[in-house]
Design a protein around this ligand. Structure first.
Ligand SMILES: [Fe+2]
Length: 430
């Protein structure tokens, strides 16, 4: 049974199930653990964690055990029984988190590359290292879900396989949060995303890195990777659901997927989530032989695969996570201008922030490009998604990144100005 207790009621011998408060303020990251180290108890008491969920089936209850010198006096009021619910934080501005996401992507890509290379040599996957990487990915997505997801979508031919693992992991975190998973569940989803394609370590490198479409024979070879991944991980990954998601992320609801041709309810929720995140990242990424679809176009096309291939309810949550017009989408506005989406309002998915840069009636660039929050511009609406492949624009990615950066700078400037005004008012009042 889970109980929420205050930090003062926490004692050695209790089994911590989850920590309260913002994740980024936790003194350490462990999904659950037996509190048997006085130093851990001291760290928790001096942190800003307000309360803790304990699992009384795995450790002491509030009224059990002896009070020791390390334990604080219990509070008189009974603990509140609650089901664990995830909690959010105020989002870091996208423009600020993007810089961190870029650095994290580089570090994560190297770590995944090393994991693949060790797997190729027959070495065991280092789950401790993966767990720490998953934590960093999760923390970035918690700070701002759009940053890492949008940056990880940008890949080069030589790092596609590795960055794809990072991107799917980040998407799984955001989707799991949207679906209301608890902290352990989010960690599980992130891990499944990171490991889902590890079986490709056993694929023929020439086929894996082929700069062109695969022949039927080559495709048949690549279809072994979910089982290869399962076999590779089954001795080092204890979590059966993670293993299942790695094996079944290419299954389809109508039974036309692989490797086990599972149907409907036979496919676990985590595997259905992995299938959606995997497909989205694959079709929005540039490949040497094929340009990736714009995020908005990708969602539109994926909507046609609901119920046959993809779970409709989870897909709905996925769209809510990214927005109807995800960051990086090219759209046409009601005044005939083309714009790129650079920020999404989670409570108003149809009116994102865009940067307007091209006038289709005059066939010329708008100079300079103009940032507009469509939620505050009722005279302007999005009339349709545009396929970037129909236009000869280069570098739409740097356009949304520059706009997000400019927005963050403007926010900081406004905050600094507000602070200076407040101080001046205070001086005048004194
Ligand atoms: Fe795969």
């Amino acid at each position: 049974m889970y109980k929420k207790v205050t930090i003062q009621q926490l004692r050695l011998g209790m089994h911590v199930h989850a920590l309260g408060g913002a994740w980024i303020h936790h003194p350490f990251w462990r999904s659950s653990f037996l509190l048997d180290d006085p130093e851990d108890l001291r760290l928790l008491r001096t942190s800003s964690v307000p309360e803790v969920w304990i699992d009384t089936s795995k450790g002491l209850d509030v009224h059990q055990g002896k009070v020791t010198a390390h334990d604080a006096p219990e509070q008189a009021e009974p603990p509140v029984l609650e089901v664990f619910t995830p909690h959010g934080t105020d989002a870091t501005p996208l423009g600020l988190e993007v810089a961190h996401a870029r650095a994290l992507c580089a570090q994560a890509r190297d770590a995944v590359m090393e994991m693949f290379s060790q797997a190729r040599m027959g070495q065991t996957v280092n789950m401790l290292k993966n767990s720490s990487l998953v934590n960093e990915i999760t923390e970035s997505v918690v700070r701002n879900p759009d940053a890492l997801i949008s940056v990880a979508r940008l890949k080069t031919a030589d790092n596609y396989t590795y960055m794809h693992s990072v991107a799917v992991s980040a998407l799984m975190v955001a989707l799991a949060q949207q679906l209301g998973f608890d902290e352990a569940g989010v960690h599980q989803a992130a891990m499944a995303g990171l490991l889902h394609d590890i079986g490709k370590a056993h694929s023929d490198l020439e086929i894996l890195n082929k700069p062109g479409p695969l022949t039927d024979l080559e495709f048949a070879h690549m279809k072994h990777h979910p089982v290869a991944g399962y076999e590779l991980l089954k001795h080092s990954v204890e979590d059966d659901l993670v293993l299942d998601a790695c094996r079944h992320h290419h299954e389809r609801l109508d039974g036309t997927g692989y490797p086990d041709r599972l149907q409907g309810d036979q496919i676990s929720q985590l595997a259905r989530m992995a299938a959606i995140c995997d497909v989205y990242d694959a079709i929005t990424s540039d490949r040497p032989y094929k340009k990736g679809w714009s995020p908005a176009v990708a969602l539109q096309r994926m909507a046609q695969w609901r119920d046959t291939h993809l779970d409709a309810r989870i897909f709905g949550a996925f769209v809510k996570t990214l927005g109807v017009y995800p960051i990086g989408s090219l759209v046409r506005l009601s005044n005939g201008e083309l714009a790129v989406v650079y920020a999404v309002h989670k409570d108003s998915l149809l009116t994102p922030k865009v940067v307007r840069f091209y006038d289709t009636s005059r066939h010329c660039l708008t100079a300079p490009p103009e940032r507009t929050d469509l939620s505050r511009a009722p005279h302007l609406t999005i009339v349709q998604r545009e396929d970037p492949q129909q236009w000869s624009f280069n570098n739409l990615e740097s356009l949304w990144q520059a706009a997000a950066h400019a927005d963050a700078q403007a926010e900081m400037l406004a905050a600094a100005a507000a602070s200076a005004t407040a101080q001046q008012t205070a001086c005048a009042a004194a």
